[in-house]
Write a protein of this length. Structure first.
Lengths: 520, 734
């Protein structure tokens, strides 16, 4: 159990090594092995779930020297937030590999290798407690994703892949600058070179410097989220990527941005995060994203592009919850990130299903699919309901919690959110109507309904959507402590001021540093 | 059996039916192979709103009514569907009756069953410093109010399910219809049995979803899909208000559980001016205007008539659309704290009532008349709620469920008989051809018009009286209500005369097929007719002292829920003492007179002097056009919100996104490429050029030397020999 995180992290890479040994000519073996490997990759996540202790902070911690000369270490650990994202990554990686069975026909070995590498890198991002290690994984994600878009993508794949990489790199460089500033600031104070977050968090950074570091990190993360106006890589990348690529991109990669904001920006730079200008800019950008993304959705002719823009709108909710910086906002935001992973993942899978059959993404090409594909229609309906936040499905729980957090800060924010909710219903129901209802056209009449394999990759996501919708308690329970840590860090005394029970027990802002890691 | 603790089962029965249907329905009810066959009947229907029941139905009609489907499908293949789905609702009804009977026996008459904590939210502090949690149970509450609602939903729901067996018998997607219907009943029961606002909201959204699915049941028709979408989106706008209202409620009282909310509000004093409570009440009411089709969000309901007629009866008349009234009644303590909001509720109700009634005067589609009538009647209910007479609002909801469900089902029977025709101008003289339908609708039309003794009279008259006499009421509301009552009697009897009496205007090819509906349809009609006639007798006016207290059971039953309202009533009663009962008798007489006048006028115009309506239409000038175009509200909304705000905004922003935001990105890319090209040029010709120039120089300079480098061994040997010879010569000759 001591190295369970390493096991989770390295399993996909081990799977990749075995994959390389399989001859390229044996397509079936490659597919089979990739599915098995990613399924094992998911299974090894489960001990984390059962072994997780919600009274502790970072757990399953592993620490080893890596590059001592610059103070970089192999430091892994997860809290409740990391746990959810790791499980999400494990599940979605498996499902997207499963969904590729028939969709990918060329260069199978490279394709699956890239996917396993991507899983490895994403896992690393969500586990790293060392800023250097985090950055390495962060950049590593780009490589397989670039190739997945550029090789197996649609007609404009090269443009989109390059746009995606350049955009992210541009953000990453600013982020690196931020990290290094923090690193040297720490060195100046303690004369110790370290990238360890537990150490960096103790650095006292002058407010002016915090401000600059915050924006540097923020741009890095905002590109990934993506936040308006840094979002335009997303529709292109999503549209051109193969289905499984879009699924991973939406469900997992976008979460890296919000993860970074919550894990690094808020706790490391609490003063900057509280700055009224920062709060109002981030909130304004989030609200713009919510409404703007939804309105732009209404105009899309391309099914996949519509789903892509809906991500902009949905992730706006997540960033708004983050910047509310209160327990409801943060836990709602985290839950909504998971919800977005589930529902948008499914929306992309649905596009993939029809694309595999018709080889077009144009909404106008589809009509009356209910007649030919009733099972898909039910799946799509539930997915749309989940995505637009209709109770008793998962989206509702996330949205209402975020709203509650936003409302605590400002009634105006809450009103902006509900506008997004109403518009969300409009574009999704319109999409549903144009594709599933209406008279069936000749071209669609013969379409096959979902196969067993296709149902298999929708089923776990549907179950998860209902679970969160009907019984979200376990999720809020494991998030209580991580969220409280951040709230106490950003707004010390938040709980005490309001006479609220502090989930941490003692209101010590630095408690998260020591919890479980023993690195003091 | 303890039904009281089993109330959580009541919604689950229909859920079970729905799940079974959705998972296995296709096997129980095989679909025809050709998808095109289903679509054919629609396009050529004479009316644009023809409901798709049309011609394929007519073709099935040579077989005995109600058995036609067996020609298409294996006999009994649908029997299980027909048995299971209504059966599930019947089970719910039985459990409800059991539970209500047991509830009546308890002293406090409130029973909560909390299954588990659904949302355990985060703690936060209230304004008074106490601690609250943002959360909600999965819990159910049976009290007199939810008892009435549950009984209405399960009873009317069951009858409509039975009716649907006959009505939908010829349709493809029979199982799908029942799956949606059962799912609807599940959500509706969740709505009325929920013990908190959040769970109520689950039902609220769920019934909206089912309404969407059922309006779009004939999904291959674009108009049906559009109507469903409109209903859904308009409702979502209302929901947005509802959600914020709930958040406000959380932050003020720290809970959304009805019992606790009412207790918390019970301790507060009425708000003066427009404060947080008024905002909350208003936001919740915005939700109600969406769900219950009030101004300004009523436009979806008439379009919702695209759905099959049983859907219109169940969802868009008897149950779902009354959810807003139920919610306001449920929040009565809050509304009593905010007299100004109550005033708004009454005003919106009154305005909606008269607006919708005025539109109903000139509609020619039988279902549209009824749809506007529903909007108008819902306005009456809000009028009652707005003046503080909550029990009357619920009373009218209850009587309306009978007669309006009956009117819709009756119209469905007419449409069934007319092979899909919905235009009342092409009917007439049907009285003797479909006698049961006629007589049941006759009763319902008298009831809705407000003829004494029938259900509608008691509730409507009480509303008008309350509007007049309640401290929150006003003479203006009463006047609007009375005019609306007159319009109601007129448009209902216009419909009756055009449909059933006078000369037949039925197209000859249709006339041959006119027939009475099967027993599955007529029996529910008859039961509902009995209900429309008798249901009001549990709420007779106080004035009718010859009837004992037993005839006022309804008010007494609801007293615990509207307890603080009863205090109001007591205050009102105190005021009442000053005027003598003659005014009340007078007003009652007036409302009866007006109902009769409406009926007589309708008879004169549509039965006696049939040329008059056209003359009036010509004389009224543009007014008729405005009315028949529904005051152009749809067009205005389309222009402002659909095309203007949503599509226009979307188009502008989409362009903005492509050209400006992404344009900036691509521009940056272009600039980079330009810089790269310039750099490349510079690098190739200047930086690298100088290197290459240098290399060239060296090359040129080395040219003479290269001449010697011939690579021939002989020449090297020759040079060596010559060199050696020269060297030797030099040393030797020195």
């Amino acid at each position: 159990m001591d190295h369970i995180l390493s096991v989770v992290l390295w399993t996909p890479l081990a799977g990749l090594l075995v994959l390389l040994a399989i001859p390229s000519s044996n397509a079936r073996a490659i597919k089979l092995w990739a599915n098995i490997a990613s399924f094992i990759g998911f299974l090894v996540c489960l001990p984390l779930v059962f072994g997780y202790d919600r009274t502790l902070d970072f757990q399953f911690v592993e620490k080893a020297n890596w590059i001592p000369s610059i103070g970089a270490s192999y430091h892994l650990g997860i809290d409740g937030f990391g746990l959810l994202l790791v499980v999400l990554t494990g599940l979605l990686s498996f499902l997207s590999i499963l969904s590729s069975w028939n969709a990918i026909t060329v260069r199978l070995k490279e394709y699956y290798a890239h996917f396993l590498l991507l899983e490895f890198a994403c896992m690393g991002v969500f586990m790293a407690l060392d800023f250097f290690l985090f950055f390495v994984f962060w950049e590593l994600v780009l490589v397989p994703m670039y190739f997945i878009i550029a090789i197996w993508g649609g007609p404009r794949r090269v443009y989109s892949a390059i746009k995606f990489v350049i955009f992210t790199l541009f953000g990453s460089i600013l982020m690196l600058l931020g990290i290094l500033t923090l690193y040297y600031q720490h060195y100046r104070q303690f004369q110790v070179l370290t990238f360890d977050i537990n150490d960096l968090i103790r650095t006292s950074v002058p407010p002016e410097m915090q401000w600059w570091i915050f924006w540097a990190l923020f741009i890095g993360f905002a590109v990934k989220v993506p936040m308006f106006p840094l979002h335009t890589w997303l529709p292109d990348a999503h549209t051109e990527a193969p289905t499984a690529g879009s699924v991973i991109l939406a469900s997992v990669l976008l979460k890296m941005g919000t993860y970074g904001l919550i894990r690094f920006s808020l706790p490391l730079l609490p003063d900057a995060a509280k700055d009224p200008t920062v709060v109002s800019v981030v909130a304004a950008l989030s609200i713009i994203a919510i409404v703007y993304g939804a309105l732009v959705c209404l105009m899309q002719k391309d099914w996949k592009k519509l789903v892509a823009y809906s991500s902009v709108s949905h992730m706006g909710f997540c960033t708004l919850g983050i910047i509310a910086m209160n327990p409801a906002g943060l836990s709602g935001s985290i839950l909504q990130q998971i919800n977005h992973g589930i529902s948008t993942g499914m929306l992309f899978l649905i596009v993939g299903v029809v694309y595999e059959r018709r080889h077009t993404r144009m909404i106008a090409e589809y009509s009356g699919l209910l007649r030919a594909m009733p099972v898909l229609t039910i799946v799509f309906l539930i997915t749309a309901m989940s995505s637009m936040g209709l109770p008793p499905l998962n989206g509702f729980i996330g949205e209402i919690t975020i709203l509650r957090g936003a409302y605590e800060v400002s009634l105006g924010w809450a009103f902006a959110c509900v506008a997004g909710i109403a518009l969300g219903a409009a574009y999704l129901i319109w999409l549903f109507q144009r594709t599933m209802l209406g008279e069936i056209t000749e071209k669609n009449a013969g379409l096959r309904d979902l196969s067993f394999r296709e149902i298999a990759y929708f089923a776990p996501l549907l179950v998860w959507a209902f679970w969160i919708g009907l019984y979200p308690k376990p999720f809020f329970d494991i998030l209580e402590r991580p969220v409280a840590q951040i709230v106490e860090r950003v707004q010390p005394g938040y709980y005490a001021e309001r006479n609220l029970p502090n989930p941490l027990g003692t209101p010590s802002p630095a408690a998260r540093l020591t919890g479980g890691s023993g690195s003091q | 059996m303890n039904f009281l603790d089993s109330i959580w089962l009541i919604p689950l029965f229909p859920l079970f039916g729905a799940v079974v249907m959705l998972l296995m329905g296709r096997r129980l009810d095989p679909q025809p192979a050709s998808p095109v066959a289903v679509a054919s009947g629609v396009g050529d229907a004479p009316d644009a709103h023809g409901h798709g029941h049309g011609e394929r139905h007519a073709s099935a009609h040579d077989a005995a009514p109600g058995h036609g489907h067996e020609a298409h499908h294996g006999a009994g293949s649908r029997a299980l569907v027909s048995l299971l789905c209504p059966g599930m609702v019947l089970l719910s009804l039985i459990f409800t009756i059991g539970a209500v009977a047991q509830l009546a026996a308890t002293s406090e008459r409130v029973h909560q069953v909390i299954k588990y904590t659904w949302i355990t939210g985060l703690p936060f502090q209230l304004q008074d410093g106490s601690l609250a949690r943002f959360g909600a149970d999965l819990g159910f509450l049976l009290d007199p109010l939810s008892a009435v609602m549950t009984l209405v939903v399960t009873f009317v729901g069951f009858l409509i399910h039975v009716y649907s067996i006959g009505y939908m018998g010829h349709e493809t997607g029979y199982y799908r219809f029942f799956a949606y219907m059962n799912l609807f009943v599940f959500f509706m029961l969740t709505l009325v049995l929920a013990n908190n606002y959040l769970l109520l909201f689950v039902g609220w959204e769920g019934v909206g979803l089912c309404s969407y699915l059922l309006i779009g049941f004939y999904f291959h028709k674009k108009s049906a899909g559009d109507a469903g979408k409109k209903a859904f989106v308009v409702n979502r706008i209302g929901d947005a208000g509802f959600i914020v209202g709930m958040l406000l409620m959380f932050s003020v009282v720290g809970t959304v559980r009805f019992v606790d909310v009412n207790q918390a509000f019970g301790g507060m004093s009425p708000e003066t001016g427009f404060g947080v409570l008024s905002a909350m009440a208003l936001l919740l009411f915005i939700g109600a205007t969406g769900k219950s089709a009030q101004v300004p969000l009523y436009t979806w309901l008439p379009d919702a008539m695209e759905g099959p007629t049983p859907v219109s009866a169940l969802i868009h008349a008897a149950t779902m659309v009354t959810a807003g009234v139920y919610m306001v009644a449920r929040s009565n303590v809050l509304y009593q704290l905010t007299p100004e909001t109550s005033g708004i509720v009454a005003a919106i109700g009154a305005f909606t009532a008269i607006l919708a009634a005025s539109i109903a005067l000139v509609q020619n589609d039988i279902k549209r008349v009824l749809a506007y009538s529903t909007v108008s009647q819902l306005g009456f209910m809000f009028m009652a709620a707005g003046v503080g007479a909550y029990w009357v609002a619920i009373f009218h909801l209850y009587t309306h469920a009978f007669f309006k469900a009956l009117l819709f089902l009756g119209s469905g029977s007419v449409i069934h008989a007319m092979s899909g025709e919905q235009d009342i101008r092409r009917m007439g003289g049907l009285k003797d051809k479909i006698p049961i339908t006629h007589w049941t609708m006759f009763v319902a039309s008298l009831a809705i018009a407000g003829i004494p003794g029938l259900a509608g009279f008691f509730s409507k008259d009480e509303i008008l009286w309350q509007a007049w006499s309640s401290p929150l009421g006003s003479k203006a509301v009463w006047a609007v209500g009375t005019v609306t009552a007159f319009m109601t009697a007129f448009y209902m009897w216009r419909l009756m005369y055009l449909t059933f009496y006078g000369r037949s205007r039925v197209a000859p090819e249709v006339a041959a097929h006119v027939h009475e509906s099967p027993a599955t349809m007529t029996v529910p009609l008859t039961i509902l007719a009995a209900g429309s006639a008798l249901a009001g007798w549990i709420g007779v006016p106080k004035l009718w002292t010859m009837f004992g207290d037993g005839f006022r059971t309804f008010e007494h039953w609801l007293e615990p829920v509207f307890a603080s309202g009863a205090a109001h009533a007591a205050a009102a009663a105190h005021g009442e003492a000053h005027h003598d009962t003659s005014i009340e008798w007078l007003l009652m007489g007036l409302s009866v007179l007006i109902a009769l006048l409406g009926i007589v006028l309708a008879r004169y115009l549509y039965s006696v002097n049939t040329a008059a309506p056209d003359a009036i239409q010509r004389a009224s000038g543009p007014l008729y056009g405005v009315l028949s175009n529904k005051w152009y509200v749809d067009e205005i909304y389309d222009f402002l919100f659909i095309n203007g705000l949503s599509k226009g905004g979307g188009r502008v922003l989409s362009r903005f996104d492509n050209r400006i935001v992404d344009g900036g990105v691509n521009g940056a890319g272009w600039m980079t490429r330009l810089a790269a090209t310039v750099s490349g040029f510079w690098d190739t010709w200047v930086v690298d050029g100088s290197i290459r120039l240098l290399a060239f120089g060296v090359k040129v300079a080395s040219y003479p030397m290269r001449l010697l480098q011939s690579g021939y061994v002989q020449s090297y040997a020759f040079v060596i020999v010559v060199g050696v010879a020269v060297a030797l010569g030099y040393y030797l000759t020195r």
